[in-house]
Every structure is written in C-alpha cells, then in structure tokens.
Design a protein around this ligand. Sequence first.
Ligand SMILES: Nc1ncnc2c1ncn2[C@@H]1O[C@H](COP(=O)(O)OP(=O)(O)OP(=O)(O)O)[C@@H](O)[C@H]1O
Length: 243
Amino acid sequence: MAEPLLAVRDLRVVIGGRHILHGVDLEVAPAGVTALLGRNGAGKTTTVRAVLGLVPRSGSVRLGGEETVQLPTHAVVRRGIGYAPEDRGIFTALTVAENLRLAERDPEPDYALVHSLFPELKQRARQAAGTLSGGQQQMVAIGRTLLNRNRLIIADEPTKGLAPKVVTEVAQVLERAAEAVPVLLVEQNLAVVRRLAGGCTVLADGRTAHRGATAELLEDAEAARRLLGVGRHPAATPQEARP
Ligand SMILES: Nc1ncnc2c1ncn2[C@@H]1O[C@H](COP(=O)(O)OP(=O)(O)OP(=O)(O)O)[C@@H](O)[C@H]1O
C-alpha cells in the first residue's frame, strides 16, 4: 500500500479528567476519500479536533511523514490541512466572494481551481452566503479549503441534516474536491460513504474498532450492524438517502 498521507497512532485525548479518546489509529490514503465512521459519541469529531491540535492530545499524528502532535494548531494548519466543520462555518451576511476572501492564507490563492471545480461559486460571487442552498454552502465550505495549497481536507459530516437531493449535490462536491486533494470524511450517510470512500476507519468508544475497505465492511451485514448500528443490511437503513 502507498505511504499514508496522514498516519495517526494511539491518539489519546483527556478533557476535564474524562478519557474521550484512548487509542485511535487512523490512516488517510494519499488520494481520494477515506471515511471516519462510528456511532454517535464514538469520538469522530474529537479525533478531527485532536488532529488539528484544538484539544490536548498525545500519541502520534504524522502528516506526510512529519510528526505534528506537538505542534500548535496554526502550525498544523500551515502544513496543509483544510477543515470544513460540521456547521459549515459560513458567514451568512457576507457574499460568497467575501467568504472565500476571508479564507485566503497563501499569497496566491488558487481561485482557478475553486472556480473550475465549482463554477457556481463564480456565478454567485455577489450573493449573500446565507441565501444559498445547503449544497451551495457546502461548496463554499469546501471551496475555502481548496483556495490554499492544502495536502488534506477534513470534512466533518457535510451531509448532516440535508434533504436527499442536496445530499447528492454535496456528494458530487466532495467527489470533485477529492480529485484535487485527498479528503478525510466524517460521515453517517452510508450511501455517501459507499459511493466516495475506498477505505474507512470505524471508531467505537474512543478507540479504533475496525479499519479496511469500505465496500467489504458495508457488505458484511453483521459487522456493519455491530460497528455502525445499522439494520440487517445498510442499504435498508433510513440513513441511506441515495446520493
Ligand atoms: N469538550 C468535551 N468535554 C467533555 N466531553 C466531551 C467533549 N467533547 C466531546 N465529549 C464527549 O466525548 C464523546 C465523543 O464525542 P465526539 O463529538 O467526538 O463524538 P462523535 O463520534 O463525533 O459523535 P457525533 O456523531 O454525535 O458527532 C461523547 O461522549 C462526548 O459527549
């Protein structure tokens, strides 16, 4: 297997005396989408926050072979991680163009890439971001991460709370983004995971419970039920809005 882009080993997080993560191992492939899965409260968001240095952590977090676990967030981010948070973090009163400008970090932000992947962001440059659809707002959130020369994009539950048609739009957005930059995708919608992610890591109770090929996991009804809490076959669950 190719060298992982991100290699997390024995990641541990303690907050307020409570052990939230106690042994997360995770590898993100150097191309395409890798999924981070698990039931509610398994520790997915905390893992992402720990990778970014937003919570105190121990263990090892190697990005492109370089250890980052001791670095502050600004130094981690400057090494090339773009983050699209669960609530999208859009400035609703500002225009699309203003939202993108506020994300500029590099001296020469790559608007050509963002506009080629998401032409709608150019067409809607002067529109207030709060008036965009959920799918369009995700384009802004993902577009911001692509403006700078990031090596990895982390998207936290980008389809959460969206209507099935919009879920399809967002899956397309992520698919296009992953052609340019590898993506670590935290996602509950298994149809999206099945469509986009070659490999996955499943967390349970703050630990890695499973790692492997996404298709194999989702075809194994018993493992999917045990690890993800889904029905007899994942395709039969309500989570599965068709992407
Ligand atoms: N700052 C905090 N202080 C105390 N407990 C926390 C904190 N952050 C998270 N937790 C707890 O840690 C556990 C893991 O939370 P986390 O948000 O990482 O899970 P998750 O897998 O992302 O869940 P979800 O799918 O519901 O977003 C939960 O029990 C949560 O209540």
